[in-house]
Design a protein around this ligand. Structure first.
Ligand SMILES: NC(=O)c1ccc[n+]([C@@H]2O[C@H](COP(=O)([O-])OP(=O)(O)OC[C@H]3O[C@@H](n4cnc5c(N)ncnc54)[C@H](O)[C@@H]3O)[C@@H](O)[C@H]2O)c1
Ligand SMILES: [Zn+2]
Length: 351
């Protein structure tokens, strides 16, 4: 089978490609963004197939490609904070790029699997014994965070989340003609994730601080929660989606996560456990960045009902694995993340 992977040279794309390379002919369409790829040529050579360097938001690039048997669309601008001040670029790549991916899949008549994000849920769902279910924020301090199901409303709080939501809506139209699967991953972790991109990845930031012997900095009191999914589990899900396309006429949307919450304090603890250090101090800073959310966790009922593979890694093990396997990899110094925060600060995007 010929598989076209947009953003194939990136973190998730390289893992998908390595898993599929033995059986399939792979082509990546990737712009080799300098923000993601410190050494674009090294990234490009690591891809086990042909790399077409081009922009997913350029119709001429799509017109120059040969028809694959399946299209996996991963290319995106992914910085939540950065999306708040680079709106045009984020909209062009994430919405227009996805629209072209859908349009081209339709022209080719091939199934499309596209990456959305849990960011579409924003603050997500909460349950309160007094006020019931609520979306997009809590009602009172009796409310507890609950997992997001695929039918929950989209209430994104970052422009990145808005672009993902809009991109999903665009694909609904294409799903009338070709099989379309949309995956909404929670935080994906694993070796190979960008260690130079200070606009994404709390884990890369923690890794940088650990390696420099600095304290681990968490924004907030450490009680915020996330759902960290090992990249291998996401790859297993994507592979399953390739062999299990939905019926034409029904768009299939699937959450991807572990379904279990991990607090930021637990995250810091797991990160330190993956390092050779002991007694690593953790610092809580009362900083809120625009686009940040308090709680996130995936509800996996639908994924299980479809018989899609269950995640095998716990969040803790995934975090430990990431730190261990990235320890010797080159990455940006921790000041790069401090600078990214300053940049948000200067634009009035922190409080
Ligand atoms: N990593 C996560 O935690 C996570 C969570 C939820 C959703 N996602 C989604 O998964 C997808 C892949 O993310 P990733 O973590 O591998 O990110 P990544 O930044 O490592 O990879 C993205 C790739 O897309 C390429 N790209 C960016 N703009 C492009 C353009 N205009 N044209 C062509 N290529 C372009 C980049 O060069 C890069 O190689 C994205 O859609 C992202 O939004 C990721
Ligand atoms: Zn309440």
């Amino acid at each position: 089978m010929r598989v076209l992977i947009t953003g194939g040279v990136g973190f998730i794309g390289q893992h998908v490609a390595r898993q599929m390379a033995a059986e399939h002919t792979l082509v990546a369409l990737d712009l080799l963004l300098p923000q993601v790829h410190l050494k674009p040529e090294v990234s490009r050579r690591a891809f086990p197939g042909t790399v077409v360097v081009g922009d997913v938001s350029d119709p001429l690039v799509w017109a120059s490609l040969d028809r694959p048997d399946v299209l996996i669309h991963l290319a995106a601008e992914t910085g939540t904070g950065q999306s708040m001040y680079e709106r045009n670029r984020y909209h062009r790549v994430n919405v227009d790029g996805t629209s072209l991916a859908g349009e081209t899949a339709r022209t080719w008549g091939v199934p499309l699997i596209a990456m959305s994000s849990r960011a579409v849920y924003g603050h997500g769902r909460s349950e309160c014994p007094t006020h019931g279910t609520r979306f997009g924020g809590t009602c009172c301090d009796r409310a507890a965070p609950a997992s997001s199901t695929e039918d929950d409303p989209h209430i994104p709080v970052s422009f990145y989340g808005e672009t993902k939501s809009e991109a999903e809506a665009v694909l609904a139209e294409d799903a009338k003609t070709v099989p379309v699967t949309i995956i909404r991953p929670q935080n994906v972790v694993g070796p190979g994730q960008a260690l130079h991109n200070p606009y994404t990845g709390v884990l890369a930031a923690l890794l940088a601080r650990l390696r420099e012997g600095r304290s681990l900095v968490l924004y907030g009191d450490g009680s915020a929660t996330r759902d960290f999914l090992h990249v291998e589990d996401l790859v297993a899900l994507i592979s399953w989606c390739v062999t299990h396309p939905p019926r034409i006429g029904t768009i299939r949307i699937l959450n991807a996560g572990t379904g279990v919450r991990t607090s930021l304090d637990e995250l810091a603890d797991a990160a330190a456990a993956g390092s050779p250090l002991s007694g690593v101090p953790v610092e809580h800073r009362p900083v809120h960045r625009a686009g940040d959310i308090e709680h996130a966790c995936a509800d996996l009922s639908r994924l299980r009902a479809f018989g899609a593979p269950n995640p095998r890694w716990s969040s803790r093990d995934a975090i430990v694995d990431f730190i261990r396997r990235s320890w010797e990899e080159p990455g940006a110094p921790s000041e790069a993340w401090d600078d990214a925060l300053t940049e948000l600060d200067e634009r009035g995007l922190t409080s």
